[in-house]
Design a protein around this ligand. Structure first.
Ligand SMILES: NC(=O)c1ccc[n+]([C@@H]2O[C@H](COP(=O)([O-])OP(=O)(O)OC[C@H]3O[C@@H](n4cnc5c(N)ncnc54)[C@H](O)[C@@H]3O)[C@@H](O)[C@H]2O)c1
Length: 437
């Protein structure tokens, strides 16, 4: 990343394209409409509510982030996307049962206008779903072309100056990167040949990047985490980021684990299980989709605790993650964690967490921040993987050869320091004590 000489102003309207318009996407869109009308607060969103300290502590400069860097306002966003079901955002929001009917009805007219375009969908990558609102074409290349046409016409019809995409679709089955993902050329050949390594989400990412639309991946799918997409992102000078929104249990893990490590407390085992009953839970009930999620959730502890550096504390951890589909709970997930930790002389202790959370309520502000910050990255001339946005992801994409940063506090510092650096402000190191001269 080069320090931007100038950041393009956020002029005109910004399109927010959502491949997958289910519970998270509709909760996000409804929340933006409600906040626009002053009928709700965008809680959980750093771009809307966060401040940033500038200069010395004594300077007393802590503006709102959105005042410090010019960001588009909520009124500048125009929402669109794709789904395999044709229902509009109001109907889907009602079905998802995240927000109450009373809440949704306050913005019913606006939500009813948000209608998904037909999806690029191959059912073999999401086995539990069967949709009818789906594009047809002999090859994956034909489908990608149709998605590109959708993007162009969405931008034109709505008179937008630019767009970003945030994948809010279902979790696809686990795919190991193969030959087809290694170069742009092999990927494009794969599109022509209907290569089974190319899933639906990869088609969206490809189409978006070709159209100069930054792409953030909210699910653990491979999608844009492959050399072919890095090449395309570089060629078109477009930012990419992922994977898998950091909400619920993993959020808690990346808050707690750095604390244990900072105090040099040992960990023997961490068992996480949760019950959820939304469509996401149903999709994750399929072992192949769960595998994508499991891989994304398991990496966290290893990277934060660095067992190679601290073999006595973290060299022998039993880490297990379970997700159970339990329909009565809907979107209101319950996550249990049991931590077996140890302290002075190895004496064992336990921590239990019971997090009664709401999945989409935690994810919606992340979608908003990613849309706004991916646009900022693009306006600042950044392209390729945006590691400074690791803060938002369970399984942050990172440059080849580097390890991902999972610690929420380091991620937060990195994010804010990147903003300071972009704007030519001094970085905050928390160094120094004025009393020792
Ligand atoms: N809510 C959270 O806390 C959270 C956290 C991390 C990741 N995620 C991920 O975000 C995604 C969305 O979660 P959700 O709760 O909204 O799920 P959801 O099932 O309510 O919505 C997903 C939508 O994607 C659609 N879809 C599937 N394949 C598609 C395709 N190829 N093209 C277009 N649409 C497609 C489905 O029809 C569905 O409407 C999931 O992958 C989930 O794992 C959610």
């Amino acid at each position: 990343m080069k320090q931007p000489v100038s950041i393009k102003k956020p002029e005109g309207k910004l399109g927010v394209l959502l491949p997958g318009m289910g519970a998270v996407a509709t909760t996000f869109v409804a929340g933006c409409f409600l906040a626009r009308k002053g009928l709700g607060e965008p809680i959980g969103s750093l771009t809307q509510m966060g401040t940033i300290r500038l200069g010395k502590r004594t300077d007393g400069r802590s503006p709102l982030i959105k005042d410090f860097i010019k960001l588009p306002g909520l009124n500048d966003l125009v929402f669109g996307g794709w789904d395999i079901f044709p229902e509009n955002a109001y109907e889907t929001g009602r079905h998802a049962e995240v927000l109450s009917k009373e809440h949704l009805d306050l913005v019913k007219d606006e939500l009813s206008q948000v209608k998904p375009m037909s999806a690029a969908f191959y059912p073999e990558y999401v086995k539990r779903l069967n949709g009818t609102h789906v594009k047809k074409g002999p090859t994956k290349k034909d489908i990608a072309d149709q998605v590109e046409e959708d993007i162009k016409s969405f931008i034109k019809t709505n008179g937008l100056s630019r767009a970003v995409a945030v994948w809010c679709g279902s979790t696809e089955v686990y795919i190991e990167p193969s030959e087809v993902h290694q170069t742009l050329k092999s990927f494009e050949k794969g599109l022509e040949n209907n290569d089974p390594g190319i899933s639906s989400s990869q088609i969206y990412a490809y189409a978006c990047l070709r159209q100069g639309v930054p792409y953030a991946n909210g699910a653990p799918n491979l999608t844009c985490d492959m050399p072919a997409m890095f090449e395309l992102a570089r060629e078109r000078q477009v930012p990419i980021s992922g994977k898998d929104f950091k909400t619920g249990q993993t959020l808690m893990k990346t808050i707690l684990a750095p604390g244990l490590k900072a105090r040099m407390l040992g960990l023997r085992g961490w068992f996480s299980t949760n019950i959820l009953g939304n469509r996401d839970g149903e999709v994750l009930d399929d072992p192949e989709s769960f595998k994508s999620k499991e891989v994304s959730k398991l990496g966290v502890l290893e990277e934060i605790l660095q067992p190679k550096l601290y073999p006595k504390l973290y060299g022998d951890i039993y880490h297990k993650v379970r997700i159970e589909y339990y329909p009565p709970r809907g979107d209101q997930k319950e996550g249990w964690d049991n931590l077996d930790i140890f302290g002075w002389l190895g004496y064992p202790m336990q921590i239990k967490i019971d997090f009664l959370c709401r999945d989409s309520i935690l994810a919606a502000p992340i979608v908003l921040d990613l849309a706004i910050l991916m646009d900022l990255a693009h306006r600042a001339g950044f392209h390729g993987i945006q590691e400074w946005l690791s803060f938002y992801f369970k399984s942050p994409m990172h440059a080849p050869g580097l390890y991902p940063e999972h610690d929420l506090f380091i991620q937060s510092m990195k994010l804010k320091n990147t903003m300071r650096w972009m704007m030519g402000e001094e970085l905050i190191t928390h160094l120094g004590n004025e009393y020792y001269d």
